[in-house]
Design a protein around this ligand. Structure first.
Ligand SMILES: [Zn+2]
Length: 264
């Protein structure tokens, strides 16, 4: 087949300079657009999120199967087309970033998965039509709590778009539920939330559970408590927040100090 020649339209500037140092949720960065392409930015600031297609210039191109070791080295091998691993024949990076602001030829973003110096090939807006609320995906479980919490925090924030205390409560509850009941975006897993709307939103964002088809999510508004009841295949787990703790307390406390946990 014919060769394709691409010219970068810009470059990423970021404090993160090595692929191994890139956090799983991406990082803050500035995309510097080359002067001849600045006209192509008109209207871009109307979007809250953009797709950034880049060229992973440091990626190996001769690997077709790989273990997603950054998330968990104990997982099985996948073909690179079934993963977002940066090693691939054409190392095109696809990253959904939050657009903070545009100043001249500079695009300030959050959550970009591309290190400093990465050539940028294209930028496209993220549209509502891109959203699949509850896709089927492989169970790529993070190797430890820190990684799993990072993934869940991003899921909750992307859905809820507020970094509120209930987001941290939701993540802590979801971590416990995942450890007991397995993959949270699963048709067999149901969750009922009694609590503030923020908690309901964040739990829904993490679990991708819908009110119907299938029935997986129930919500009862209650500003005086935070409770989630999880069930799967005859097993059930109830997690209730004990007090109204400070944010730092939510982050640092042990499960048993923070919650009353009942298993059935
Ligand atoms: Zn909130």
């Amino acid at each position: 087949m014919e060769q394709i020649v691409l010219n970068p339209v810009g470059m990423v500037t970021s404090e993160c300079g090595e692929p191994d140092a890139m956090p799983l949720g991406g990082t803050t960065a500035v995309i510097q657009i080359l002067p001849e392409y600045v006209d192509a930015l008109k209207g871009i600031e109307e979007n809250s999120h953009i797709w950034v297609l880049s060229w992973f210039h440091k990626a190996p191109r001769d690997i077709l199967r790989i273990v997603p070791a950054k998330v968990n080295p104990d997982l099985p091998e996948y073909g690179v087309f079934g993963l977002r691993a940066f090693a691939r024949p054409n190392p095109i990076g696809l990253s959904l970033a939050e657009l903070e602001r545009v100043e001249g030829n500079l695009i300030y973003v959050r959550g970009l998965d591309a290190i400093g110096g990465t050539p940028v090939l294209d930028i496209k807006p993220y549209y509502e039509n891109d959203i699949v609320f509850s896709p089927d995906t492989p169970y790529i479980k993070g190797k430890n709590r820190e990684i799993r919490q990072g993934i869940m925090r991003k899921q909750a924030f992307t859905h809820h778009r507020e970094d509120c205390p209930e987001l941290y409560i939701a993540v802590r509850m979801a971590i416990i539920a995942e450890e007991e009941l397995g993959k949270l975006n699963s048709v067999e897993l149901k969750v009922a939330v009694s609590g503030p709307s923020c908690l309901g939103d964040c739990i829904q964002g993490i679990t991708r559970s819908r009110l119907a088809h299938p029935v997986r999510f129930a919500f009862e508004h209650d500003d005086n408590q935070c409770r989630t009841v999880w069930s799967r295949a005859g097993q059930s787990l109830s997690i209730t927040l004990k007090n109204h703790p400070e944010l730092e307390h939510i982050k640092n406390c042990l499960d048993e100090q923070l919650f009353e946990i009942k298993k059935n």
